[in-house]
Design a protein around this ligand. Structure first.
Ligand code: MN
Length: 703
């Protein structure tokens, strides 16, 4: 195509078109693309020119045609949107910008995964749906020239994308002829062998059937040649791809399909459609169940036609479509046809036209059924409430419509939000609270260290942002408490000339009910426990300065009140009772008094002899020690024993016996006899032992 051809074409359907602006765009595009070549060896500019040509077939307005000429300049040359706006106005610039954004997205490698997002994006970013038409024309020309690409994988990928995204998209907006061409071109790339086999077979059967088709055409035309009825009857060609699809879906043989004759009848007005239908049904038997009136009830994408199947002339089964010429144009061009002729000088008119068009599409999508869907109603509704933005690398991020640039950062990666020191939106530095709009490209400026986030919650809207901010604030607070707690403990201990080592501090875990050093620091940092409380727990004041004598039972009198004079006294055999324990005496006349723990099971035998029971109490001041027995289950670990014995010693316990048994490979049973003052003393020791990480369990043995 040449420059003057393009201008002529536009003028043919729009005599008022701005000829000079089209010429200017032609020159601009040629200059910008310069000596760039396509892989076919053609000058690069031949591509935008052909795309513009496709748009003239759709009779699109001047702005669209100009945009087509410029559509690759942003991506592939050093042209800028500002430059284009200066030269061609806001409207063109906006269109070029929209197409460039789609281009950017398209060039990603993991495209197929992003297909669903891409579809959403198309809807969301095509606030002006001409962007979509230009994109489709762009893709159509690329498909027409696909064979020139040397990279086979790339060719296959592009063909697959076309089948998965662009062809359904064209179908959705009713652009039937573009859809068919896209499908067939893709098919030629993805299944070359099948296609060429099919193609040959179809050609053969066409040849065979050619005479029959002509005959039937003639017979039908004759029947319809009555006064005031202008009709055109043609045999309808099916594309190889559509036949292939039918073979796949309907499980029919190629012969069955190619022997099925299809005709189309074009008339001038709507009433003639029904007139033709009446004549046909009057002459030939209609096949029940195959009659469809898409004129009174159009398809979701706006398609209008009457479909019927007849047992027609020569007893052939024939498919017939009846439609007006106008309907046909709409069926083939879809939404593009709605746009055609709409160009007026008035900018406001244009705006309204494009708005009406959007609502057309929205309408179509909303009326759409569940089958062969690519945008469900719910999804579409969602897209009204969402903005779609890009990362600089073209990743699509969907956010609620009132989201801020900071939300974007949290959506990309929660850490990114915490490190977000600023943002660039479409290349310009903006505040982090800036509300995003569809198509924004957002770049997060990342600081090396976390930024202050105390006020962040006010400028975000998504749940993800809010929860990440709250969690981070909480974590920061705890981190602070730990630092403070650690400092407090350090200073208290150093005032006593002691070092708060892990081993030492662990003794406080049991009494304070914490499980780690961090937790200990936290509760001290929060002020729940003071530093000196911790100190007192690990270096208890109960520690005796002078060693008490040990009670042996013979030489010393028992510090127990309530005993009977002149009666010998002993503890129950193998018991380890100490001051503070609940005790009772049992009198045996010839032997004396035996002291039991009140919890001893052996007391059952004396239940019927209450007269033998003696109430006993430990005295208040006791200056001897008693032996308590504890049983520990400890982790089999070097140093475990050391930390246990030193803890007991620091608590003022005196170990008199120690017995170690292997329980299994991971645990030992450790039995320790320890001399203590009373049962408060031993329970302090037990509690501090329980805090040690090497301890699995500790219990006291009374008997
Ligand atoms: Mn292009």
């Amino acid at each position: 195509m040449r420059q003057y051809e393009l201008v002529d074409r536009v003028l043919s359907y729009n005599p008022k078109a701005d000829e000079s602006l089209i010429n200017k765009a032609y020159v601009y595009g040629t200059k910008m693309h310069g000596v760039q070549l396509r892989e076919s060896g053609d000058p690069y500019f031949s591509h935008p020119l052909e795309v513009a040509g496709i748009l003239t077939e759709l009779k699109l307005d001047t702005s669209s045609v100009i945009c087509a000429l410029l559509h690759d300049t942003i991506e592939d040359t050093h042209a800028t949107i500002k430059d284009i706006e200066k030269n061609f106005g806001k409207e063109v610039a906006k269109l070029v910008d929209g197409v460039s954004k789609l281009n950017k997205f398209e060039n990603k490698n993991d495209y197929s995964k992003a297909a669903e997002n891409f579809r959403k994006l198309i809807i969301a970013s095509s606030s002006d749906l001409r962007v979509l038409l230009i994109k489709l024309a762009d893709r159509l020309h690329n498909m027409r020239t696909l064979r020139f690409l040397k990279d086979k994988n790339r060719r296959k990928r592009i063909a697959r994308e076309t089948l998965e995204i662009y062809a359904p998209l064209a179908a959705r907006i009713g652009m039937h002829s573009i859809r068919e061409e896209l499908e067939d071109l893709s098919f030629a790339e993805t299944e070359p062998e099948i296609r060429s086999i099919l193609f040959e077979r179809i050609k053969k059967s066409k040849k065979r059937n050619n005479k029959i088709v002509k005959d039937i055409e003639k017979i039908i035309s004759d029947k319809l040649s009555i006064d005031n009825l202008e009709v055109k009857v043609t045999g309808r060609e099916k594309t190889v791809y559509s036949i292939w699809k039918k073979l796949e879906n309907k499980n029919k043989s190629l012969e069955q399909l190619s022997d099925l004759f299809a005709f189309r009848i074009y008339v001038e007005n709507l009433f003639d459609c029904y007139k033709v239908l009446g004549i046909l049904h009057n002459n030939w038997q209609a096949v029940p169940g195959l009659f469809k009136d898409y004129i009174s009830t159009p398809k979701k994408n706006g398609y209008q036609s009457i479909h019927t199947t007849l047992i027609g002339p020569r007893n052939r089964r024939i498919e017939i479509q009846i439609r007006t010429n106008k309907m046909h144009e709409l069926n083939e061009k879809g939404l593009a046809a709605h746009w055609a002729y709409k160009e007026k000088g008035n900018a406001n008119d244009q705006y309204l036209a494009s708005m009406a068009w959007i609502s057309d599409l929205v309408d179509i999508l909303q009326r759409d059924g569940a089958t062969e869907e690519f945008l469900e109603n719910t999804r579409l509704e969602l897209s009204h409430e969402q903005v779609y933005c890009f990362t600089p690398k073209g990743r699509l991020i969907a956010l609620p419509s009132n989201a801020s640039a900071l939300d974007f950062a949290f959506a990309v990666h929660s850490d990114l939000g915490i490190y977000c020191s600023g943002v660039k939106i479409n290349g310009e530095i903006k505040p982090r609270r800036t509300k995003l709009v569809n198509g924004d490209e957002v770049e997060i400026i990342k600081s090396r260290t976390p930024v202050p986030i105390d006020t962040f919650e006010d400028i975000v809207v998504t749940g993800k942002s809010k929860s990440t901010i709250r969690r981070t604030i909480k974590e920061n607070k705890i981190k602070n408490q730990r630092l403070i707690g650690k400092e407090i403990i350090k200073s208290i201990f150093s005032s006593h000339r002691k070092k708060p080592t892990r081993d030492i501090l662990e003794r406080s875990f049991g009494p304070l009910n914490v499980r780690s050093l961090m937790e200990l620091y936290e509760i001290v940092g929060r002020g729940e426990t003071s530093g000196s409380e911790v100190y007192d727990l690990v270096y208890p004041k109960t520690k005796r300065k002078k060693r008490k004598k040990r009670f042996y039972g013979k030489d010393l009198s028992l510090p127990i009140s309530g005993l009977l004079p002149d009666m010998s006294v002993r503890f129950q055999k193998n018991s380890f009772l100490i001051p503070g324990d609940n005790i009772v005496g049992i009198v045996t006349p010839s032997e004396g008094i035996t002291i039991y723990s009140t919890s001893s099971k052996d007391l059952i035998q004396y239940e019927d002899n209450p007269e033998r029971w003696l109430r006993l109490n430990w005295k208040k001041e006791i200056d001897v020690t008693f032996t308590a027995r504890i049983l520990l289950s400890i982790i089999n670990e070097i140093g475990a024993l050391g930390s246990i014995t030193s803890t007991i010693a620091d608590y003022g316990g005196n170990i008199t016996n120690l017995n170690l048994n292997e329980k299994d490979t991971d645990f030992y049973n450790l039995r320790i006899d320890v001399d203590v003052n009373d049962n408060i003393h031993i329970s302090n020791i037990i509690q501090s032992l329980r805090g040690l990480p090497v301890i699995d369990s500790v219990e006291r043995i009374l008997i």
